[in-house]
Design a protein around this ligand. Structure first.
Ligand code: PAF
Length: 283
């Protein structure tokens, strides 16, 4: 595979996408914050099934981090990321700096309602405003035909879908299955913060969620299954649980039996916050 073109200005990005369009090529986009892993590679591959060209943005977006969060220590490894993009077959890496995305005097914020309420927002109240604002900018800068987002960040996927519907952004949003390691741990750039002992604990998260989702499907009440999950999580060594919640798959309103649902969780291991979610199997 050849190396992706790397551009850091909106003008250069638009010129390249315009050339592709004039040649009749469809364009997919994968927005990322870098520190690319197998999960991101799978998003690029899915993009390339839908379009002839794939743009990957690499931008650690400051507006989605609260002042207490890990913006400064978030892993940044551009050279390695570009290698991964070459292997994955991506055509262009868009790597804007903070000043290009948020020039002095920037004063706009997009706030999505609906699926952004609760769950992550209860603990990270400004997170989805930051995500929605940067994703809207990236879509307007790139004008892709479609964009691929991982189901690992399930609430984010629902928020981005709502954003595109509400603002008539002509981008088809494709949700991609979570890529997991051999033990079921969801791939995440933040897994790099975990030591070996913590990784062993982290790998219990998906197992416990799947057990509890199966309990729900088999007829246990939500309270019983969530209590069970919380006890197992604490027993496994997670120090803090932000939430374990059963929600409807599209709206993220509380799950009703007989409807498509997801069991979502956010937990802490030391200073690292992990999120994951699984489908509630149909009964
Ligand atoms: O999922 C992420 O990596 C980020 O939230 C995104 C969508 C790239 C926006 O900064």
């Amino acid at each position: 595979m050849s190396a992706p073109i790397v551009v850091d200005t909106v003008a250069a990005l638009r010129a390249q996408v315009r050339d592709w369009r004039q040649a009749g090529l469809k364009v997919a986009m994968v927005p990322t914050m870098g520190a690319l892993h197998d999960g991101h590679v799978s998003l690029v591959r899915i993009g390339l099934e839908q379009a002839e060209r794939c743009v990957v943005s690499i931008f650690v977006n400051p507006t989605q981090f609260a002042p207490t969060e890990d913006l400064d220590k978030y892993p940044r490894q551009l050279a390695r990321d570009l290698d991964r993009l070459r292997e994955a077959g991506a055509h262009l890496a868009f790597t804007p700096g903070v000043a290009a995305m948020y020039p002095a005097g920037f004063a706009t914020k997009i706030s999505v309602g609906g699926p952004s309420s609760g769950l992550e927002t209860d603990f990270r109240p400004t997170f989805f405003d930051g995500v929605a604002t940067v994703v809207a900018k990236l879509f307007l800068q790139t004008a892709p035909d479609c964009a691929v987002f991982g189901e690992k960040d399930y609430q984010q996927l629902c928020v981005v879908r709502q954003l595109c519907r509400d603002l008539d952004l002509p981008v088809e949003i494709i949700g991609a299955p979570t890529v997991r390691d051999a033990h079921g741990l969801a791939m995440s750039s933040r897994n790099a913060y975990l030591g070996e002992a913590e990784l062993d604990i982290a790998r219990r998260l998906n197992v416990i969620l799947r057990q509890s989702a199966a309990m729900l499907a088999a007829g246990s009440t939500e309270i019983e299954s969530i209590d069970h999950a919380q006890q197992l999580l604490v027993g496994a060594g997670f120090q803090k649980i932000d939430y374990v919640a059963a929600r409807e798959s599209v709206t993220l309103t509380p799950w009703r039996r007989g409807h498509d649902g997801r069991l979502l969780a956010a937990v802490w291991l030391g200073a690292t916050r992990l999120i994951d979610n699984v489908e509630i199997p149909a009964a």
